[in-house]
Design a protein around this ligand. Structure first.
Ligand code: S3P
Length: 446
C-alpha cells in the first residue's frame, strides 16, 4: 500500500488533441472515509458501493480493521463491513499508519478520543508536517490526552477517555475535519456535543450520521453560522451506501476539457453537494462552458453529470467566502486562471499552506517553472493569465508528495507547448487511482 517506498515515478504530459468522450471518476474520498468509519460503528453488516479504493481510504480501512471491524471487498467491488457498535472499538496492537491521509488521522483521533484505549498515529513525510493541534485542543477539552511530536504533529500517541465530556466548540478554522472529529467523539459519550461553524464546510458527516440513525440537529443562525448538535450514546444502524464520484477528482478532467482547444467531455455521476461545488460555479463565472445535466439524489447526496466544452476563460477575483466549498480545488483552479484572459487574484487561502503540501508556495514555484507570471501572497496568489496561449511548459515540477499538485500540472501539460514533467506521480494513488489512463481514454498523450 505504501507508494513511498519505491522510486519516484516521473512522467511528462504533452499537448493533447481535443479531448472527447464520457468518463466517470472514482468515489468521493470524504464520503468513503466516513462510510468505513460509521459502518464500523454500526452493529451488523453495512454495504458500500463505489468506495474510493485509493491509499488514503485504504489507510482508514486498515485502521478500522485493527480496531475490530470486519471489512472485506467482494469480487463485484462491493465492500462489506461488520461493525463493532458505538463504544466497541478495540485497542490497536500496533501503530496506525495513516500514510498521506490527514482526513483519516483527524477523524480517527476524534473517534478514539471517547474510547478507553491508547493509539499511536504515524504517517509519511507530508502528513508528519501537518498540524494536529486543531483537533488536539477540542479533544483534550473532552478528556483525551496526547503526546505529540513538536508543533502538535505526528508521530503522536493519544489516550481516549470513557466516558468523555461533551463540549460546545466554535471552530476557529473552517475545517470539516475538525468538525467531524468532534462529532465522532461525541457519539460515544453522554449528553450533547455541539459544534458551531461560522463558515459552512462540507457536511457529509452530518448527512451520514443522520443516515445511520444518530440524533443530530442543525440550526442556522441569522449570520449564517451553523450550530450542529449531536446527542451522544448513539446507536448506529447498518446502511447500504452508494458513494458518488468525487467532485475534487472530477475537477482535473473538467479543467482539462476547458483548456484543451476543441474538447467536449462528459463526466458522469459527480457529487454536487453545495458545500463542495464551488469550482463548478467559479469556472462558470470565468466563462467556462460547464453544464450540469440529470441532477438527482444518490444516498442523500446531490449528484449530476457534467458536460464541459473548451472555452475562452476570463480571470477572476473569487470571494474568499467561497474557499471552503472548493478548498481542495485551488491548485487546478490556478491552472485554469493561468490559461484565462487577464489577471486573477485569489485571497483568503491560508489553509492551503497546511494541506498535503504548502499549496500556495508549491503552485507558485510550479507555475513559474512552466512560464506563468505569478505573485505569491501570504494568503493567496496573483496569476497573470495567458489569454488562451499555450503554457510554455517545463519542469520537473516538485510535487512534495501532494497528489493534487501532480494532477494539476499534468493537466497543465495537456495545454502546453513543450510538455510538463512531473517529478513523481506516485502520490496520485492516494485519491485518484487510474488518473493518467483516464486522461488517455479522453485522447491525451502522456
Ligand atoms: C476533508 C476536509 C477538508 C479537505 C480534505 C477532506 C474531509 O479538510 O481539504 O481533503 O473529508 O473532511 P479541512 O476540513 O481541514 O479543510
Amino acid at each position: 500500500m505504501n507508494a513511498h517506498n519505491d522510486q519516484p515515478r516521473p512522467m511528462t504530459f504533452t499537448a493533447a488533441p481535443a479531448l472527447s468522450g464520457a468518463i466517470g471518476v472514482p468515489g468521493d474520498k470524504s464520503i468513503s472515509h466516513r462510510s468505513l468509519m460509521l459502518s464500523a460503528l454500526a452493529v451488523g453488516e453495512s454495504r458500500v458501493e463505489g468506495l474510493l479504493e485509493g491509499e488514503d481510504v485504504l489507510a482508514t480501512a486498515a485502521a478500522m480493521r485493527a480496531m475490530g471491524a470486519d471489512i472485506m471487498r467482494d469480487d463485484d467491488g462491493i465492500w462489506h463491513i461488520h461493525g463493532v457498535g458505538v463504544g466497541g472499538l478495540m485497542q490497536p496492537a500496533t501503530a496506525l499508519d495513516m500514510g498521506n491521509s490527514g482526513t483519516s488521522t483527524r477523524l480517527l483521533m476524534g473517534l478514539l478520543a471517547s474510547h478507553d484505549l491508547t493509539a499511536t498515529f504515524i504517517g509519511d513525510a507530508s502528513l508528519s508536517k501537518r498540524p494536529m493541534g486543531r483537533v488536539i485542543e477540542p479533544l483534550s477539552a473532552m478528556g483525551a490526552s496526547f503526546a505529540a511530536s513538536p508543533g502538535g504533529r505526528l508521530p503522536l500517541t493519544m489516550r481516549g477517555l470513557c466516558p468523555a465530556v461533551p463540549i460546545s466548540y466554535r471552530l476557529p478554522v473552517a475545517s470539516a475535519q475538525v468538525k467531524s472529529a468532534i462529532l465522532l467523539a461525541g457519539l460515544n459519550m453522554p449528553g450533547q456535543t455541539q459544534v458551531i461553524e461560522p463558515v459552512p464546510t462540507r457536511d457529509h458527516s452530518e448527512r451520514m450520521l443522520r443516515g445511520f440513525g444518530a440524533d443530530l440537529e442543525v440550526a442556522v443562525e441569522a449570520d449564517g453560522a451553523r450550530i450542529i448538535t449531536l446527542t451522544g450514546e448513539a446507536e448506529l444502524r447498518p446502511q447500504s451506501i452508494v458513494v458518488p464520484g468525487d467532485p475534487s477528482s472530477a475537477a482535473f478532467p473538467m479543467v482539462a476539457a476547458l483548456i484543451v482547444p476543441g474538447s467536449r467531455v462528459t463526466i458522469t455521476n459527480v457529487g454536487l453537494n453545495p458545500t463542495r461545488a464551488g469550482l463548478v460555479e467559479l469556472l462558470q463565472e470565468m466563462g467556462g462552458d460547464v453544464t450540469v445535466i440529470n441532477p438527482r439524489e444518490v444516498g442523500g447526496e446531490p449528484v449530476g453529470d457534467l458536460v464541459i466544452a473548451a472555452s475562452a476563460l476570463r480571470g477572476v477575483d473569487p470571494d474568499p467566502a467561497r474557499v471552503p466549498s472548493m478548498v481542495d480545488e485551488f491548485p487546478i483552479a490556478f491552472i485554469a486562471a493561468a490559461m484565462a484572459q487577464g489577471r486573477s487574484t485569489f485571497r483568503g487561502l491560508e489553509e492551503l499552506r497546511v494541506k498535503e503540501s504548502d499549496r500556495i508556495a508549491v503552485m507558485a514555484a510550479g507555475l513559474r517553472a512552466i512560464g506563468v507570471v505569478v505573485e505569491e501572497l501570504d494568503d493567496g496568489i496573483i496569476i497573470e493569465g495567458r489569454g488562451g496561449d499555450p503554457l510554455p511548459g517545463g519542469g520537473p515540477i516538485a510535487t512534495h508528495l501532494d497528489h493534487r499538485i501532480a494532477m494539476s500540472f499534468a493537466v497543465a501539460g495537456l495545454a502546453s507547448r513543450n510538455g510538463v514533467t512531473i517529478d513523481d506521480m506516485r502520490p496520485v494513488a492516494t485519491s485518484f487511482p487510474g488518473f493518467a489512463p483516464l486522461l488517455t481514454t479522453l485522447g491525451a498523450t502522456g
